[in-house]
Design a binder for this molecule. Structure first.
Ligand code: ZN
Length: 267
């Protein structure tokens, strides 16, 4: 086996995401060089005793990712199966941060609000990268998740709560990739640098293609796996919007502003 620069992993347990596997794999192999892919599809029996409550899969994948990091000592990227990769993710891995994570939609009101209100942004664990230098920090996060310290198994909720409850500093750092300038939020904590990626790099509910590295699309928002598959193959701008606006069956009754934003750009 050749020595590849980093590992990309995902978790796929149960039937919902199974049909996406070939499309997701093919897309990654086409877009990304210098990486190896691992799919975690078994539930660790030590996890089962914690009960299968909301976001328990975050515990499964983080535990596996840290084991892989320990074994191979090269960066491990987690990537959700509802991420459509648009460019080689090696640029993200190469950023000079110990732990890298994408930004959640909603700015200072992103889930969970009580944390993003303080930070000014939320983080989204749909894409994260752990480097060997972040091992100790992430082991602390895993320990908190397993002991239900913040009443939740979710990795993003645990990381955000840990940050706001411990001494930290936030600075904005500009990086130029290709011809674009991105502004990442950097969290300095426990002697490491956490790079929270500019929302324009990895976009939740994308409206247009504007050079982003990945589009993070909620499968339920677009009507299920069959509809979602189209986003792998057709141009984003020819497909229905992926936001939740006005989808009463998903509990949203707001009026969508995104369609007008797309039409304006296309004029
Ligand atoms: Zn909308």
């Amino acid at each position: 086996m050749t020595d590849l620069a980093y590992n990309i992993t995902t978790v796929c347990i149960g039937k919902k995401y199974e049909p996406l596997k070939p499309d997701w794999l093919q897309r990654l192999e086409k877009m990304c060089k210098k990486m190896n892919i691992h799919i975690w599809s078994e539930i660790d029996s030590t996890i089962l005793k914690y009960g299968l409550e909301e976001a328990w899969w975050d515990v499964v994948r983080l535990k596996r990712n840290l084991e892989l990091l320990m074994k191979e000592k090269k960066p491990v990227m987690h990537l959700d199966m509802d991420m459509i990769v648009e460019k080689d993710l090696i640029d993200i891995v190469n950023l000079p941060y110990d732990f890298i994570i994408s930004t959640e939609i909603g700015g200072p009101n992103a889930y969970p609000k009580e944390c993003s209100n303080k930070l000014g942004f939320g983080i989204c664990s749909g894409l994260y990268v752990i480097k060997p230098s972040a091992m100790k920090f992430m082991l602390t996060i895993l320990k908190n998740m397993m002991s239900y310290t913040f009443n939740c198994y979710s990795d993003q909720v645990n990381i955000m709560n840990y940050i706001i409850k411990n001494p930290h500093q936030i600075v904005v750092e500009e990086v130029v990739l290709g011809e674009k300038t991105y502004k990442n939020n950097i969290v300095l904590i426990d002697g490491i640098k956490i790079g929270v990626l500019d929302f324009a790099m990895v976009i939740r509910d994308p409206i247009l293609n504007n050079g982003q590295y990945a589009n993070h699309i909620n499968i339920d928002n677009v009507g299920g796996v069959v509809q979602f598959k189209k986003y792998f193959y057709a141009d984003l701008e020819t497909l229905p919007l992926t936001c939740r606006c006005g989808k009463k069956h998903l509990g949203d009754t707001t009026v969508c502003k995104h369609l007008a934003m797309r039409q304006l750009k296309n004029m």
